[in-house]
Write a protein that binds this ligand. Structure first.
Ligand code: SF4
Length: 472
């Protein structure tokens, strides 16, 4: 079980709201990401057309996923690579551990990969005697802190530079000022030898191009390039939905991915891995393995969360989400945070896992607006809420309140009577047209916001009055 899940979601969220440092770090980082993204798309007049095109490519690929995966496998194998299909997280871990064991690996350098977080690969490697070393700066920071990523693309977004300086002093014995450049220099010096010592390089993959058998990594720090070229063996772990048909398609995604994620025109490094090292090539691994991870994805092709399979993991929906911006990633409790994270959690762990999280959204639609492939996250969240309710696993107050409301809505006379009753009962609590406090269970609503008072006249009553007036 994820360690955070030992405490209920409300408590986790409450703790996050009380954390002054977290609030500061989240506000600074997400505001910066939002501004950069907006500016980047403002300079791209064809941005909307590219987003539509990207979505269409994703949809078309999903419709023939088996075909594109087969082509990908065939192309990679024809270039001397190996492809493994893992139906579950457990199977994916076993595949990587087998490779590590067979090749006698003692240390693995890793570039940032949510797929390996999803399968909890580091713990498994550690238990098998292989030391995993995260080499993306954000991942390195949270590995030192024994934490998990709190953002899809910025794993240490929840930490201020002061906290990172303290962490480096404590864990590395390096006292330093909280200057990002100095901190980066320290991390770089610590990691350099690890790249040379590691036997295994483990990465994720942003895309895999079926027609050429190319594994594509988009990074900003160059560590991805080192991880995929210095160790003897490279293992890439990738969700099956990341396959795309062609290089032309790749160009469309590259045009919008970095802009959505960090506001960059293009990420600093785009690495195209085309099989293991061939004779005469100066660098590259002796072995290349691609682990295709299903873990609940394939069954969603025909399921209610199908659209979530289009996700590029750019993180834009997290940055704009009013809930994520307040509570950060750890409060969600699972590997994938934010609005898309709720859907991915439901996909990987079933709807029961998100019976509380499905409500951690205001359904404002900001996520869909920001999403480069226009995933309709709010629609799927509503669908999830319905599923959670239908399965009878929603919290009982929610079931009771909505059950009673549904019953009332089907009885117009009683509904009208209840509006009159509500007007009467609310009187002691209304101040200036708002209800600022309610007793008991209802107080949860007014704890953080006001409730509009029941109107003096309902729409039906006003309509009836207008009709009477018109007849006169
Ligand atoms: S859902 Fe859209 S915005 Fe959110 S991470 Fe995925 S691609 Fe990016």
């Amino acid at each position: 079980m994820e360690p955070e899940l030992a405490t209920p979601f409300r408590e986790r969220a409450g703790r996050a709201l009380d954390d002054r440092f977290l609030q500061e770090a989240l506000t600074v980082a997400t505001t910066k990401f939002i501004t950069l993204r907006r500016e980047a798309f403002a300079e791209l007049p064809e941005g909307d057309a590219l987003r539509d095109q990207a979505r269409a490519i994703k949809e078309a690929t999903l419709q023939r996923l088996d075909y594109w995966l087969e082509r990908l496998i065939e192309r990679i194998e024809s270039r001397g690579g190996h492809v493994h299909y893992a139906t579950s997280a457990d199977e994916a871990r076993r595949v990587v551990l087998d490779i590590a064991r067979r090749t006698g690996a003692r240390m693995a350098v890793k570039s940032k990969s949510m797929a390996t977080e999803e399968i909890h690969l580091n713990d498994a490697l550690q238990a098998a005697g292989v030391t995993p070393v995260e080499t993306d700066l954000g991942e390195y920071i949270i590995q030192l802190a024994h934490e998990r990523p709190s953002h899809i693309i910025a794993p240490a977004i929840h930490k201020t530079k002061g906290q990172v300086a303290e962490l480096f002093a404590r864990e590395l014995g390096r006292e330093t000022e909280p200057d990002p450049e100095v901190l980066t220099r320290i991390a770089r010096a610590e990691l350099r030898q690890k790249f040379l010592d590691a036997d295994l390089g483990i990465s994720g993959a942003n895309f895999a191009v079926a027609e050429t058998g190319t594994v594509v990594l988009v990074t900003n720090e160059g560590n991805g390039r080192m991880v995929t070229s210095l160790p003897r063996v490279h293992v890439a772990v990738m969700g099956v939905e990341k396959v795309i048909p062609s290089m032309t398609d790749l160009a469309v995604f590259l045009a919008i991915l970095a802009k959505s994620a960090t506001g960059q025109k293009l990420s600093v490094y785009t690495s195209l891995v085309n099989g293991p090292r061939r004779g005469g090539e100066p660098e590259g691994p002796e072995e290349l393995h691609l682990v295709l991870l299903d873990n609940g994805r394939v069954r969603q092709i025909a399921g209610p969360l199908r659209e979530a399979l289009n996700c590029l993991r750019c993180g834009a929906c997290l940055n704009v989400c009013p809930v994520y911006r307040q509570i950060g990633g750890h409060a969600y409790g699972y590997t994938y945070p934010g609005p898309i994270g709720i859907l991915l959690t439901a996909m990987l762990n079933g709807p029961a896992a998100v019976k509380d999280l499905a409500h951690a959204s205001s359904l404002c639609g900001a996520c869909m607006d920001a999403c480069p492939v226009r995933i309709d996250i709010p629609k799927m969240l509503i669908e999830l809420r319905r599923e959670v309710d239908q399965q009878g696993i929603a919290p009982w107050p929610e079931r009771a309140v909505f059950g009673a409301f549904a019953w009332l809505l089907q009885r117009p006379r009683l509904y009208r009577l209840s509006a009159r009753l509500g007007r009467l009962l609310q009187r002691p609590f209304v101040r200036g047209g708002r209800i600022r406090w309610l007793p008991g269970l209802f107080g949860e609503w007014t704890r953080t916001r006001d409730l509009p008072a029941v109107a003096r006249r309902t729409f039906h009553e006003r309509w009836a009055a207008l009709e009477r007036e018109a007849r006169r």
